[in-house]
Design a protein around this ligand. Structure first.
Ligand code: SF4
Length: 116
């Protein structure tokens, strides 16, 4: 297995800023960070991550589209199986579902599927 970069952290509001507003703490990945995270994915043939998704999203396919900077196509791919991706991206327990099954989990840390 090739050397894999560590997971990209989620940018977030600093405590000093967020203490005086009601906006989301997590700011979301920039395009650059999203592509960097997508590049960690091995595009596993059997895609164990997909087996961990209750609605069966084609996870490697949408990650590949992000890698190619095709963000709208990636969203469309997710929406084939999930009509509320923005909600699920926030509330799904990815760490015990798709990310728990990721091939990279033990050695390098799972691909940050939920963040993507
Ligand atoms: S298991 Fe992890 S590395 Fe493999 S396709 Fe899924 S997200 Fe990518």
């Amino acid at each position: 297995m090739p050397e894999i970069a560590p997971r990209n952290p989620m940018p977030s509001q600093p405590a000093e800023v967020r203490k005086s507003n009601f906006k989301e703490v997590a700011l979301g990945y920039t395009g650059e960070l999203a592509v960097a995270e997508a590049e960690r994915c091995l595009q596993c043939k059997k895609a164990p991550c997909r087996a961990g998704c209750p609605v069966g999203i084609d996870i490697p396919a949408f990650i590949q589209l992000i890698k190619e900077h095709k963000y709208l196509a990636a969203i469309r791919k997710i929406r084939e199986k999930n009509t509320l991706p923005a909600v699920c991206g926030r509330v799904c327990p990815q760490e015990s579902q798709c990310e728990a099954k990721c091939t990279l989990r033990k050695k390098f840390g799972s691909v940050a599927i939920g963040r993507l």
